[in-house]
Design a binder for this molecule. Structure first.
Ligand code: ADP
Ligand code: MG
Ligand code: MG
Length: 200
């Protein structure tokens, strides 16, 4: 998987647009089972990432991902910034400059483990891990971009009937059931955008 400068810039713009264009929807989801700031949090973070272009796309892929992660950790208040930021940072740390698919799978594994450690969480608790973990399984099994994007969307949908055990939504107990997890929706949007630009 090698990305030239133009593709790296396209990737950053696609990721940012995906969350910025859905900020109201994400906020609506967080109003139902959180504190209603998720859309704004993600929008603020990715606007800050966009502000680091064009220099950001001059960096090699690993450095670019680390830089995106650091910006998200710094600019996003709330749980999602450190968690999504950790994913990007650790993915960047673990990737070689021109990763093979197997190297990408291994790096994504490390990044997901770092998110689990940071959130003290696991899949099954109605968090963004409920998208990251099943998508990683499809990626590891050789799924193409279409299969990856489809799994991301379906995995976010599958958080709707789940009981929240981590994050603010867990304060609601049973009342968290019946609403999609906002962070899962964000991550599915990011993965859908990445799958359109990257070749898997
Ligand atoms: P906050 O809850 O601090 O207001 P956001 O609304 O931006 O932050 O993000 C909420 C999302 O963060 C949740 O929908 C969930 O997906 C994710 N999240 C929260 N806590 C955790 C955790 N411990 N582990 C993994 N993901 C989490
Ligand atoms: Mg919130
Ligand atoms: Mg908040």
């Amino acid at each position: 998987m090698s990305l030239d400068r133009a593709s790296r810039e396209e990737l950053v713009r696609a990721l940012a647009e995906a969350v910025i264009q859905h900020a109201d929807e994400l906020t609506g989801l967080d109003q139902a089972i959180g504190d209603g700031d998720h859309g704004l949090n993600m929008k603020r973070g990715f606007e800050a990432v966009l502000a680091t272009l064009p220099g950001l796309a001059d960096k090699a892929l690993p450095e670019m991902l680390k830089s995106i992660g650091m910006t998200l950790v710094m600019k996003v208040g709330g749980a999602s910034g450190p968690l999504v930021g950790t994913f990007f940072m650790e993915l960047g740390k673990a990737l070689p400059e021109q990763p093979t698919r197997a190297e990408f799978v291994a790096a994504a594994d490390m990044a997901i483990n770092a998110v689990k450690a940071r959130g003290r969480s696991e899949a099954g608790q109605k968090t963004l891990l409920d998208v990251l973990v099943p998508v990683q399984a499809v990626l590891a099994a050789g799924g193409d971009a279409r299969a990856i994007a489809m799994e991301a969307a379906q995995a976010a949908d599958r958080t709707t009937p789940m009981l929240a055990i981590r994050g603010r939504a867990s304060f609601l107990g049973e009342r968290s059931i019946g609403h999609m997890d906002p962070g899962s929706r964000s991550v599915s949007l990011l993965i859908g955008a990445a799958a359109k630009v990257l070749e898997f």
